[in-house]
Design a protein around this ligand. Structure first.
Ligand code: 5AD
Ligand code: SF4
Length: 477
């Protein structure tokens, strides 16, 4: 099993290691965000339950599944390249089944089978329970597709098979879909309407992980701040809920409080926040619970109010600054990270300068930046011209990256001399004598291993840094 993570809002992942079992073998490769990674854990659970076993060797697989991303064109290109590599395997073994799941499957639907003739299965993000059935259909000699989007599916009852491998950190999906309709974004089309998962199943999953020795959970949703559990259904249908359901409704602040209260030794992270929806209440819950990590991913996208309006982001520059100030006031020492798009439709040099000045104002600890990539079917593709020349996009992106690199380094330099509580995660790739973990602010800290194992808390004093890592010594145990 391999994981290829898009360098995006939802962060990077380690490569999981999978034990082999008996039965028909599947090879599952994941591209995209943490949500896709989390979905692959659900699919693994569904397939294992049906007696399939996973393999890390594509050559010995009976079924190859690719969990794909559609957020930018290059994410799809990478999948297509990979499909051409599977062509040779299929030539050697004509009964090999190739399935494409995830956002690219949902976006292209049957067109994907027409364009890539080796694809036997196309399955969208809300139809994963159907995969064993789809495999059966292909074995019966047909191609199989299920791209139905659901108003209810949250896979709430499925216990994901953890593929992360470190036994310390895990993802928990709390909501699916997105109702925001940012004009550049394909996600509302590929992941459907926003629905929240039953709060009880989330808390139960987190508690179970803690009991198994996990020490950190990341609550995942396209827009965590708009989480709302009132007994089922789409968020927009809350008006149809009974009075009793409305009274018992749980917001994201409420959910965070419940998960954080499981145990002070269980760290809680979440992604992604949205500037127009992030409430002070959430920040106050964080302030009350030390185990809710001091790191907020707050996508900025653009520093220009005019561009934000064209993006249909639901906030302007002033509102974004106001939210940053609220974080700084309520949660001093909290790191702030972001996503930024360079060269969106109609972006002028002045707009770009406003993005740079926003980076300068916030002094991000980390941010992911991307060249705008037009996605078919989105409002931007239908209504606006992709009019910033490729060369200008590239130059603007480079200016953003250069400034961010400087900010990240400065942010790390400021940590020299400070002591952080670090949760250990694994042995450093560079040296077996070193262990790494992360502090509450989500910065990677490397230090001498001594007798430590992954999953322990230690205090580390930072003595030096690079732009991506803090380096230090344990000061007490
Ligand atoms: N082009 C470039 N970047 C995009 N993102 C989303 N859609 C696009 C697009 N069409 C970026 C946004 C988002 C992150 C996950 O990916 O910054 O927050
Ligand atoms: Fe994740 Fe969005 Fe890519 Fe889908 S399109 S995999 S939701 S980043």
């Amino acid at each position: 099993m391999e994981v290829h993570i898009e360098n995006n809002a939802l962060g990077e992942q380690e490569m999981p290691v999978i034990a082999e079992k008996c039965g028909k073998k599947y090879f599952l490769e994941t591209y995209g965000c943490q949500m896709n990674f989390s979905d692959s854990e659900i699919v693994t659970s569904i397939l294992d339950e049906k007696g399939f076993s996973s393999t890390s060797l594509e050559a010995e697989a009976d079924i190859i599944l690719m969990n794909t991303c559609a957020i930018r064109e290059n994410a799809e290109q990478r999948v297509r390249q990979r499909l051409t590599e599977f062509r040779e395997l299929k030539r050697q073994n004509p009964s090999l089944i190739v399935g494409v799941m995830g956002c690219m499957a949902e976006r292209l639907k049957e067109k994907l089978m027409e364009e890539e003739d080796l694809v036997d299965i196309v399955v969208g993000p809300d139809a994963y329970r159907n995969i064993p059935k789809l495999i059966e259909e292909v074995e019966g000699g047909q191609k199989a597709i299920n791209v139905l989007l659901s108003r209810e599916e949250t896979y709430a009852d499925i216990n994901p098979v953890r593929l992360g491998g470190n036994g310390v950190t895990a993802f928990i999906s709390i909501a699916r879909g997105c109702d925001n309709m940012c004009s550049f974004c394909v996600v509302p089309f590929t992941r459907g309407r926003e629905r929240s998962r039953d709060v009880e199943t989330i808390v139960k999953e987190a508690r179970l992980l803690f009991e198994k020795g996990y020490r950190e959970v990341t609550l995942l949703g396209q827009n965590v701040d708009s989480y709302l559990w009132y007994g089922g259904g789409l968020k927009k249908d809350i008006d149809k809920a009974t009075e009793e359901q409305k009274k018992g409704a749980v917001t994201f602040a409420g959910l965070l409080e419940q998960v954080a209260s499981i145990d002070p030794l269980l760290r809680v992270r979440f992604s992604t926040s949205n500037p127009q929806d992030m409430t002070d209440e959430v920040l106050h819950v964080m302030a009350r619970h030390e185990n809710i990590c001091r790191c907020i991913h707050l996508p900025m996208q653009s520093g220009s109010s005019r561009v934000l309006k064209v993006m249909n982001r639901g906030y302007d520059r002033e509102k974004y600054i106001e939210r940053i100030n609220a974080i700084r006031t309520i949660l001093p020492g909290c790191t702030i990270t972001a996503d930024i798009i360079a060269g969106f439709c109609s972006e002028t040099e002045e707009d770009h300068q406003e993005t740079l000045s926003m980076i300068d104002f916030v002094r991000y600890d980390l941010a992911y930046s991307f060249k705008y990539s037009e996605r078919p079917g989105t409002t931007a593709a239908r209504k606006y011209k992709d009019d910033v020349p490729e060369e200008t996009k590239g130059r603007r992106l480079q200016e953003i990256i250069d400034l961010l690199r400087k900010m990240c380094y400065e942010s790390n330099v400021k940590d020299i001399g400070k002591t952080f509580r670090v949760l250990t995660e694994g042995i450093s790739k560079r040296s077996a004598e070193e262990i790494y973990g992360r502090n509450s602010q989500n910065k990677v800290v490397v230090f001498p291993k001594k007798d430590l194992k992954p999953g322990e808390y230690v205090n580390v004093k930072v003595s030096k840094c690079t732009s991506g890592t803090l380096i230090g010594e344990i000061i007490e145990n």
